[in-house]
Design a protein around this ligand. Structure first.
Ligand code: 1HE
Length: 266
């Protein structure tokens, strides 16, 4: 896997034997705030990942916090014009859309602050794992700004429009089991979210890549369509995925009773 590590300053990588890549936001002194350079690097990596043999991504943050959102200091210093900031936001969307629609499973390992643009970033992952330190907020309302990295879409999708509006209006913080119950994360652990995310990524990396591609690209596209068009497009995707030669071995194992059966949790 040729990630060309020299090209990156703000992301760090750990490439595992099974094709799982741990991508770590690496500006802990700035609580992994997202400056323009980090967004460029996310675009670069998530452009590479679907064609680079990456089987799953674990997205993590160095230090105590996953991500403090937009680099407010860079933004303040740059004193951007409206069209300059529109283009900043468009770059964020490019990065996050490549994550959500790229077809490579992305599992976010969350800890500490997952706030503002940090929550927008986490929302573009397919699976979110939190630990006991993780907390979610949209402080934009209090900062005198607005979301620009997709919270109106993805955070609304996760928790509903009314809760998203309440979060940004009030600066409300969610954490612990309540955050899972609301849908901000799918998993919570007493231990390290990175360890749990790695376990999940290993499991996902054992799926067939074309199946993962459909799960981590087609579902998002299908959700943007009318029910009628989605049913049609789902059939086309299933036509391709469900007849892939690589699936025959797994189907045969089921037919010959050597494959594991689905059982309830013990
Ligand atoms: C930052 C940022 C940042 C920290 N931009 N530099 N996001 C926010 O409103 C969150 C703002 N950050 C915080 O509330 C806190 O920093 C944290 C809760 C994340 C962490 O607190 P703490 O006590 O561990 O750290 P700290 O002392 O506040 O910050 C440490 C350093 O990180 C400090 O820099 P230093 O050079 O003075 O050491 C901070 O300035 C720096 N830092 N967060 C820049 N966000 C496309 S629109 C998206 C809209 C948004 O994302 S709004 C942003 C929401």
């Amino acid at each position: 896997m040729d990630i060309r590590l020299d090209d990156y300053a703000n992301l760090a990588f750990d490439v595992r034997d099974n094709g799982v890549v741990v991508v770590t936001l690496n500006r802990p002194a700035k609580r992994n705030a997202l400056d323009a350079a980090t967004i460029d690097e996310l675009i670069q990596f998530f452009t590479f990942a679907p064609r680079g043999g990456v089987r799953a991504v674990v997205l993590a943050g160095e230090g105590d916090h996953f991500c403090a959102g937009l680099d407010l200091v860079e933004h303040w210093k740059a004193d951007r014009s409206p069209d300059e900031f529109m283009h900043v936001c468009l770059r964020w969307h490019e990065a996050f859309n490549k994550m959500e629609y790229g077809g490579v499973p992305v599992i976010a390992a969350l800890k500490g602050a997952v706030v503002g643009g940090g929550l927008e970033l986490a929302s573009a992952a397919h699976v979110r794992v939190m630990d006991q330190t993780t907390y979610f907020a949209l402080p934009e309302g209090q900062r005198g700004i607005f979301t620009g990295g997709g919270a109106t879409i993805r955070v609304s999708d996760l928790i509903g429009k009314a809760r998203m509006i309440d979060m940004i209006l009030m600066g409300r913080v969610y954490q612990g089991k309540e955050a899972v119950d609301l849908g901000l994360a799918q998993y919570i652990t007493e231990g390290s979210s990175l360890d749990m995310a790695l376990e999940l990524a290993d499991r996902v990396a054992a799926n067939l890549p074309l199946t993962n591609f459909a799960i981590c690209s087609a579902i998002s596209h299908l959700n943007n369509m009318s029910a009628m068009d989605a049913a049609y497009a789902e059939s086309v995707v299933a036509g391709i995925v469900n007849t892939q030669p690589a699936a025959r071995e797994r189907l045969e194992a089921f037919a010959s009773k050597t494959a594991a059966r689905v059982r309830p949790n013990s």
